[in-house]
Design a protein around this ligand. Structure first.
Ligand code: FBP
Length: 709
């Protein structure tokens, strides 16, 4: 366009950016986001009725811990509740349902995909019962309760977070309400906001908090409901008869599927350029549920499951000790060195069939199951907790460098020599600790979280294990055991091309030349050009003064493996993923379940869904008595009443299927690998990925073995 003076106005960058197509292409609201926001998860049948009630379910039994009876007297006799339709509601029931309520909600602990849908389910249920009801979201986790830091959750806010991952709407935090003073502050906020109920969305520690708050606030008439959240999958509830009542916490499926998809991409890559071993550390804190699910989703070549290592018994050692009339306690549980040998075995076997590449999955909590390391973790937990409880400054701030920390430990060892009543850290501990590599020492001494838990995600577990693997592989290579197999055809072609008779050299070079194997293995005694030459001279194929023929040298060089690794950590990425269909639906119904429990007067209960392992039509909203799920555990060096975490059960069908298939998935045979493509995460449409494979196998296994005479 010309201006008055006849100059042509130049388009500026701002004009360009203002164009509709540019705005659309660069908008924060991607098409994928908009589709997600408009997805409505299905609701359980019971929520289609206008009113619901709670039915006591007496087929489940729990061992009540005496300490729980003592500390939680008002909620310890809670039972399992099933949410049922109320087909014939009385006027009181209707009033109870329609009552205007104020409810608080808080996220606690690490984010887990689906959290926003818990809020959406609760919001939709509450506002459809009474449009004047209000939900307050406490910001930054339990700190929001203590510091009266909250927002009112509006319809628009909910609509802009439906089916989205993360906990961005109200954020999260790891503070524990674990002292009289904090309890007082929490109570003051809750009463000031005139809350009828508080919903705590969290893991084992947070549900423990929910139980204690329920006990504390009962006399004020405030209900407290927990919701099982954690990608770790370690909130699983079974009764004393092993009946599964809550198969898994929300977030687990999405995180596992996200990790699986990315790890499968590594499988595609490594089987294409055939030169790397990818080492994948997978989150999950202590339990290896995520690693197991990833194994079932992707079939990586090697997956370690911590719980299995702890259960290992070295029969040979036991037998030897028996013969000597002694007991060898070191025969129980795997050592770090044995774990590394296990991995080496897989690597060596694959190399023998020409596969000097692959994928290894290591759960982040692996070290917890290695006896020698667990002892360090427990001792250091105690030392750090004791230090923190008696000093104004915490251990890590007082001893900022590794050197300072080691010096403090040395002082403790000295103290134990001088004063025999002090035995937590003795000279032997100190000596053993000092031979560990510095990065490993740093890892073991990292700050514990606010619950006193060891922070496995900060530990370079994978590097610790793989350091030993690399050392041992070098030794195996020196011994001539770790070698690349040479394809028969490739050997013949190399020799033929240079006019050498493959059969003349074959028996001298290879230990399996006269077999029908697809891959030839260079003899173990040949570990250098020098030993190669000696072998050929001995076989009278060469004189002392002659050089090794170049094709033979080339074949030898091909047989020497280069062990190249790439390290990956799968944790925060999957934890922040948008939820799968399973998690979208599970969490939306959990929010509705929380409301059903509130309407019907429950407190100290955890909202849950029974039959998650089955098709959606069978899902059954329930309330679980948190008090009955508690036991004593060491936290900050003291025994504390906490909700019990579930570890991988190595007698479960899912684990047994994995154990039965792992040799196949190692694929140490000629031919293709057995990688499985789980595909990207979807939130709509049922498919084979509708729920975790672990749940499917455990369900199929339990009915199969029940029906087997
Ligand atoms: P929650 O148990 O709070 O759900 O957190 C799970 C988790 O993601 C673990 O898998 C991991 O070890 C830990 O949190 C990491 O903690 P942080 O977020 O503090 O780094």
């Amino acid at each position: 366009m010309d201006d008055k003076k006849g100059f042509t106005k130049k388009n500026t960058m701002n004009d360009f950016l203002r164009q509709e197509d540019i705005e659309r292409a660069t908008s924060d609201a991607s098409c994928a986001l908009q589709e997600r926001l408009s997805f409505t998860p299905p609701i359980c049948d019971v929520f289609k009725a206008p009113y619901c009630r709670l039915e006591d379910v007496d087929r489940y039994a729990f061992h009540l811990h005496p300490e729980a009876k003592k500390e939680l007297p008002d909620i310890i006799n809670n039972v399992v509740h099933r949410v049922a339709k109320n087909e014939d509601p009385s006027e009181t029931d209707k009033e109870k349902h329609r009552k205007q309520r104020n409810v608080g909600i808080v996220f606690s602990g690490g984010p887990a995909p689906g959290g926003h849908n818990v809020i959406a389910g609760l919001y939709d249920a509450m506002t459809s019962a009474n449009t004047d009801s209000r939900i307050f979201g406490f910001l930054m986790g339990p700190d929001g309760i203590l510091e009266k830091n909250y927002i009112e959750i509006t319809g628009d806010l909910v609509d802009s977070h439906r089916n989205l991952g993360g906990f961005g709407m109200i954020k999260t935090g790891r503070t524990k309400i674990d002292s009289g003073e904090k309890m007082k502050k929490a109570r003051s906020t809750i009463l000031e906001l005139e809350l009828d109920a508080l919903v705590i969305v969290g893991g084992d520690d947070s549900n423990t908090n929910a139980a204690f708050l329920a006990q504390e606030l009962r006399s004020d008439g405030v209900q407290v409901i927990g919701v099982p959240k954690t990608i770790d999958g370690d909130i699983q509830v079974r009764d004393v008869n092993n009946n599964s009542i809550c198969a898994v916490s929300f977030g687990f499926h999405t995180a596992a599927r996200a990790f699986a998809h990315n790890i499968n991409n590594l499988c595609s890559d490594c089987s294409s350029d055939v030169k790397y071993w990818h080492i994948c550390k997978v989150m999950g804190r202590v339990a290896s549920h995520l690693a197991l699910e990833v194994a079932l989703q992707v079939h990586p070549n090697i997956t370690l499951i911590g719980e299995e290592l702890a259960d290992f018994i070295d029969e040979e050692r036991i037998k030897k000790a028996e013969e000597e009339g002694t007991i060898d306690y070191t025969a129980y549980g795997m050592t770090l060195r044995q774990v590394s040998r296990l991995i080496c075995d897989g690597i060596v076997r694959r190399a023998a069939v020409g596969k000097n590449y692959g994928v290894i999955v290591i759960p982040e909590g692996l070290l917890e199951f290695i006896n020698e390391i667990q002892v360090f973790i427990i001792k250091l937990n105690t030392i750090i907790a004791d230090y923190n409880s008696t000093h104004d400054m915490d251990f890590n701030s007082h001893f900022p460098t590794l050197k300072d920390k080691l010096e403090y430990l040395r002082q403790l060892a000295r103290m134990s020599r001088e004063n025999h009543t002090f035995s937590i850290w003795n000279t032997r501990d100190d000596d053993l600790f000092n031979v560990l590599p510095p990065f490993f020492q740093e890892g073991l001494l990292t700050e514990r979280d606010s619950h006193g838990n060891f922070q496995f995600s900060q530990m370079e577990t994978d590097r610790v294990v793989m350091g030993l693997v690399e050392d041992y592989l070098k030794r195996l290579a020196d011994r001539g055991v770790y070698k690349n197999g040479i394809k028969v055809g490739s050997y013949r072609q190399t020799m033929d091309e240079r006019g050498l008779d493959p059969d003349v050299y074959g028996s001298a070079l290879f230990k399996n030349y006269d077999t029908n194997d697809d891959f030839l293995m260079v003899k173990e005694s040949i570990v250098s050009i020098k030993t190669l030459k000696q072998t050929l001279v001995k076989a009278e194929l060469l004189s002392d003064s002659e050089a090794v023929p170049s094709p033979v040298e080339a074949i030898y060089k091909q047989s020497v493996p280069k062990f190249k690794t790439q390290y990956h950590f799968y944790g925060y990425d999957g934890r922040g993923n948008d939820p799968t269909w399973f998690d979208c639906t599970y969490t939306y119904n959990l929010g509705m379940t929380a409301f059903a429990l509130i309407v019907n007067g429950a407190t100290g209960q955890m909202a849950a869904i029974n039959n998650l392992e089955k098709d959606f039509q069978n899902w059954e909203p329930i309330g679980l008595p948190i008090g009955s799920l508690m036991h004593l555990e060491e936290r900050k060096s003291k025994l504390a009443l906490v909700m019990e975490r579930a570890l991988v059960d190595i007698d479960s069908p899912a684990f047994k299927v994995f154990a039965a298939k792992r040799d196949k998935w190692l694929a140490a045979t000629p031919g293709d690998d057995c990688y499985r493509r789980p595909g990207p995460i979807r939130y709509s449409g049922e498919s084979e990925d509708a729920r975790p494979i672990t749940l499917i196998l455990n369900d199929l296994g339990s009915s199969f073995f029940k029906n087997t005479p």
